[in-house]
Design a protein around this ligand. Structure first.
Ligand SMILES: *Cc1c(COP(=O)(O)O)cnc(C)c1O
Length: 388
């Protein structure tokens, strides 16, 4: 059936049934595949046939997962990886040559930042960062050798929102490959390809799994670019496992209803925090007080499940808050059914100086809350007793 809607694509995109007529896709735990004869084998390796050869290249479970994300993002094709970082690394490493240059928003996921500042320079690939609030001046950072424009929105953990339509136009004007990490929004809330993204990458570990079980990553986008990424990856070996693909494909069937509920709970948490006397600042894209509220409303269906807020008392205030938490988990993951709180200044970003932290919007008392699917009253009660 043509022209299916988002939820239907997430549920009905399915690998061809086997002779057992199973309703739900089985798990294909096989590292390789067999051929009829020498000619079948030759034609399959020559890519004259659309056949699985070896699970580092493709596997029915992985293909099903990739097909779903490809359709849900409105992309042409894709490839799935063992982790989100494998997706980001392999995408960039396959598209960049020595001497190329990246322009990236400064607030990107920690390991992406490390990739840009520590590892890519080994191959003479340099990155220039711009700050989210300085977006309108991004063109001044573009050089003749700039090849990639990279960004995340909303950003982690400062929850800044970048204007995808604006950056899509910049990328087109300067002939850059526009790569968006869409992890925080998921394809349900935001589809960067509509705004000109060439490649969308995800950590499927977060809301796509949604239950804190498996790691995964995926890159989808323009077919010619994905072809490069695929050829690089089938030789370097960061492939997603069939088991993880099977889990993640099932997860996508419920993505819409899960993410809607996550966002409903997160908005209530954000509104509660905004009215609490021990909270000095709340950052959530769908709060009117968010500096990019209008952009968020334009490009996102709902505000996402991450709320960042500043508790009184700086570093100690943040740590004390975590010590008082009873129901929520102290964990570094996000996008789980369980509500999670973290204090970036004393954990993930503790190695940065205070100035460096302030540069990326991580103030001393900043707490990041990944709002889960527990009953909202129980989440609010826990936050309230810890803040009081
Ligand atoms: C977690 C995360 C990643 C990395 O994903 P892994 O699956 O942990 O490798 C990349 N980008 C963002 C925005 C993330 O939150």
């Amino acid at each position: 059936m043509e022209n299916q809607n988002f939820e239907t694509l997430a549920i009905r995109t399915q690998t061809e049934r086997t002779q057992f007529d199973e309703h739900s896709t089985p798990l294909f735990l096989t590292s390789s595949f067999v051929f009829e004869d020498a000619e079948d084998m030759r034609a399959s390796f020559a890519e004259e046939k659309d056949k699985n050869l070896y699970s580092r290249f493709s596997n029915p479970n992985v293909t099903e997962f990739v097909d779903k994300i490809t359709k849900m993002e409105g992309a042409e094709s894709g490839y799935a990886f063992a982790t989100g970082m494998a997706a980001i690394y392999s995408t960039l490493a396959s598209l960049l040559d020595a001497g190329d240059h990246i322009v990236s928003c400064q607030s990107v996921f920690g390991s992406t930042h490390t990739l840009f500042t520590k590892y890519f320079p080994k191959w003479n690939i340099e990155t220039t960062y711009f700050k989210a609030e300085d977006s309108e001046n991004v063109e001044q950072y573009i050089q003749p050798n700039t090849k990639i424009l990279f960004l995340e929105t909303p950003t982690n953990p400062a929850i800044e929102v970048l204007d995808l339509e604006f950056f899509g136009q910049i990328a087109r004007k300067h002939n850059l490959i526009f790569v968006v990490d869409n992890c925080f929004a998921t394809p349900y809330l935001q589809q960067p390809i509509k705004y000109g993204a060439d490649i969308v990458v995800h950590s499927a570990t977060k809301l796509i799994d949604g239950q804190g079980r498996v790691l995964g990553g995926v890159a989808v986008g323009k077919a010619d670019l994905i072809r490069e990424i695929y050829l690089f990856s089938r030789n370097t070996g960061p492939a997603m496992s069939p088991f993880n693909a099977w889990v993640l494909s099932k997860s996508l069937e419920t993505l819409t209803i899960r993410v809607e509920k996550h966002c409903e709970n997160a908005l209530k948490v954000a509104e509660f925090l905004e009215n609490h006397p021990n909270v000095t600042l709340v950052k959530y894209p769908f709060l009117k007080s968010h500096p990019s509220y209008e952009i968020a409303k334009k490009q996102m269906k709902l505000g996402g499940n991450i709320v960042a807020f500043e508790v009184k008392g700086g570093i100690d205030g943040g740590r004390n808050f975590l010590d008082k938490i009873k129901l929520c988990s102290l964990s570094s993951n996000l996008g789980d059914t369980r509500t999670i709180v973290t204090h970036p200044a004393s954990t993930t970003h503790s190695k940065l100086s205070e100035d460096e932290r302030n540069e990326v919007g991580i103030t001393a008392g900043l707490v990041r809350c990944s709002v889960g699917l527990e009953n909202i009253d129980d989440i609010l009660n826990d936050l309230r007793q810890a803040l009081d």
